[in-house]
Design a protein around this ligand. Structure first.
Ligand SMILES: NC(=O)c1ccc[n+]([C@@H]2O[C@H](COP(=O)([O-])OP(=O)(O)OC[C@H]3O[C@@H](n4cnc5c(N)ncnc54)[C@H](O)[C@@H]3O)[C@@H](O)[C@H]2O)c1
Length: 329
């Protein structure tokens, strides 16, 4: 009987980092745009208390792996109690055997930031040195790590709905990156006006944008990360209209990119702008940025192949290094 490797949250923390995840996310995004994946869009069962069961399946034919992220998107009480959990079961496509069950909480944070890192490396100007983070929670802090991994960032402006949260994130990150200047900001505009790279990592669940196009410097790059449904947005229509738009997966963006869909629904944009999957830039099929003054935007909805690729990376490392617990299911 096949044995299954269980890798828990602490073990995932030992194995996975944003920096280590970058190559796996690059390969996954290329696989999306070269039809080497099979993937379904995220589907959810919503409950009255706000806890939704999200299911995100994908197959990575290149790695003989198929699986799904099954995770609770927490409602307010669960988020406060921090009791939500998630798993990624991985099966061999060839034999059907259950190879591993990997904790999904850390993967979600790390693979999202690493994906933005890969997109930024492909799209942002090489001389980008000023970063703005809007929303200083888990994603905001992980995005600092990802941006510092791909560009020589000297200054980071950090803004959050709560100034105390921005200040606390700056203090934490200063310890990790003593050579970088971290500046907490009272307004989003103050954070953005001098930035070469902007990451929006707020909840993005309302129609009030946190990033306005009128604040953007020519040549800036945006990672739009927080909004994952059509019911909210982080960017105003001007920011969308000014940008050349790259995506993780066009199919998911057409359904879930509230940044764009809400502007269309409100009549602020005429139609869906041209979308290019960033995997096409990474594979060399598309030039990406073509002008120093061009504003580029990576619209990240978050796709299941990123989870499967990160989980597979953890599985292979854990197997090789005797980490985790083998069980017969
Ligand atoms: N694109 C993807 O692949 C992907 C993956 C995971 C999470 N996300 C999204 O990223 C967002 C952030 O996730 P997280 O795990 O960092 O959450 P988090 O709760 O850790 O952090 C969110 C931060 O935003 C701040 N905030 C709340 N409302 C705000 C507002 N109106 N303006 C500015 N700041 C505000 C909070 O104070 C908090 O610091 C969520 O919306 C989540 O759905 C996207």
């Amino acid at each position: 009987m096949n044995k299954t490797l269980i890798v828990n949250r602490n073990q995932c923390e030992e194995i996975l980092s944003v920096e280590k995840c970058l190559p796996a996310m690059k390969d996954a995004l290329i696989a999306v745009s070269t039809n080497q994946t099979k993937m379904l869009q995220r589907f959810m069962i919503r409950h009255e208390n706000g806890n939704s069961l999200a299911n995100m399946p994908a197959s990575l034919g290149t790695q003989d792996m198929t699986g799904a992220k099954i995770i609770i998107f927490p409602g307010p009480a669960t988020a406060k109690a921090k009791t939500q959990q998630g798993i990624i079961p991985l099966f061999s496509i060839e034999t059907g055997a259950l190879k591993a069950i990997i904790d999904a909480e850390l993967i979600t944070v790390v693979r999202t930031a690493a994906t933005s890192g890969v997109a930024t490396d492909a799209l942002a100007r090489k001389d980008s040195s000023v970063l703005a983070i809007l929303g200083c929670g888990k994603q905001g802090r992980a995005h600092v790590q990802a941006m510092l991994a791909v560009r020589d960032i000297k200054t980071v402006y950090m803004w959050d709905l709560y100034l105390e949260t921005a200040k606390a994130a700056c203090e934490l990150l200063k310890v990790q990156y003593p050579a970088v200047e971290f500046i907490p900001c009272e307004t989003a505009k103050e954070a953005v006006v001098n930035a070469d790279i902007i990451c929006t990592t707020t909840p993005g669940k309302t129609e009030i944008p946190v990033l306005l196009g009128s604040w953007l410097k020519p040549g800036a790059h945006i990672n739009a990360v927080g909004t994952c449904t059509a019911a909210g947005r982080e960017l105003d229509a001007d920011a969308v209209a000014k940008s050349t738009i790259f995506t993780d997966w066009n199919e998911a963006v057409n359904r879930d990119a509230g940044d764009i869909l809400m502007a269309i629904a409100k009549g602020e944009l005429d139609a869906m702008p041209h979308l290019t999957e960033v995997g096409n830039v990474l594979s060399g099929a598309h030039p990406g940025r073509t002008d120093r003054e061009e504003i580029t935007m990576f619209e990240s909805v978050g796709i299941s192949v990123e989870d499967i690729a990160a989980a597979n990376m953890i599985y292979l490392y854990a197997k090789e290094n005797n980490i985790g617990t083998w069980l017969e299911i």
